[in-house]
Design a protein around this ligand. Sequence first.
Ligand code: URA
Length: 435
Amino acid sequence: MTLSLHTPDLIQKKRDGGTHTRAELEALVLGFTNGHVPDYQVSAWLMAVFLKGMTLQETADLTLVMAGSGEQMNLGNLPRTVDKHSTGGVGDKTSLILTPMLAALGLTVAKMSGRGLAHTGGTIDKLESIPGWTAELSEAQFLKQAREVGLALVGQSKNLAPADGKLYALRDVTATVNSLPLIASSIMSKKLASGAHTIVLDVKVGAGAFMGTLGAGRELARAMVDIGTHAGRQIRAVLTDMDTPLGRMAGNSLEVLEALDTLRGHGPADLTELCVALAAEALSAHGEDPAQAEARARQTLVDGSALHKFREFVAAQGGDAGYVDNPASFDVAPGRAEITAPEAGYLQRIDALSVGRAVLVMGGGRERKGEAIDHGVGVELLKKPGDAVQAGEAVMRLYHRSGRGLERALELLRGGLGFGPAQPAAQPLILDRVN
Ligand code: URA
């Protein structure tokens, strides 16, 4: 480590469009993680990176420095390990379905997941709508469960890639989140430190995602695939649409209910297809023939094996597995409101961001880390873009608690809806793949 490098010189170098060496990145990032380089200097440096960018080599070096800034999980004793990451979206309950599918397919998922922040949901928050379920496992419990059940899921450990936790908190308040090298290194440092052999990345593109365009999404996917491959892992990336929320439900309990429907083989087509595609990518990264991989993945939703695995996983982490078979037991907020179509025609657009924000203002998400959330509130999309509507027909149903945030949620949702006389062209969900 070269802590003697002068921090203002490093900031100036990036400000002027220079390229950092690995030693320089170590000095900055590890110095910051250890408390030797102050926030205000790193804030200036982050803005310089945001404005000037980084080469792929710099991004890869930054990722490895961040991944090595704390503990690294050793999953080497577990068979066929796989991890999945989504760059964040609205109504994205994919992990709840995909991870038991993967375990039912004989892969091992020992995964760290996040909580929701701002308009995007988090897997841990969703699973906590099942009473008793806990994300707090010791490392020994986590590894034992992964071996025995094939699926264990915990919160992001603070000891894993701690540089990312500190950098992300600073990016969040300095308008430097939306930078390709910073996003790629943030995601991949955590994934590399988490130890899985195969990593499947779901890169979201569109209004509800960090990457607004397909071009930007492809660039991010390419960078992450290259970084992971360089580090000796098998990486697959799928680019998927996040203009419109995935499935029909947004909100914690509602999303678990939709995930359970999907595990029973009765889920919405877009969600089912995405889970099958991601599972098939994981299997083919482990050497299976792609067509056979897809058929095997689909079968887990038909024969009940993925649902069985989910039940086992919930029970292993202290959850009441009875909830899995009894949807009526979930806490769904009792208040109801509907948004109707102003005229006959077609629903053209549902802005994913406005749906995410509506859930947030009703209490289903948090604006600051650590805030309590209401698992029962949410939005159900009764119609999706391309569906015909009659004047006055309900297109969305809101589940609210005593009217909390309802007026603002209605306003947000109405602002994100588009109607028109012509049926819009169907948008593919899977936009591209990068291997
Ligand atoms: N998710 C992350 O983990 N980091 C980012 O920078 C963006 C999304």
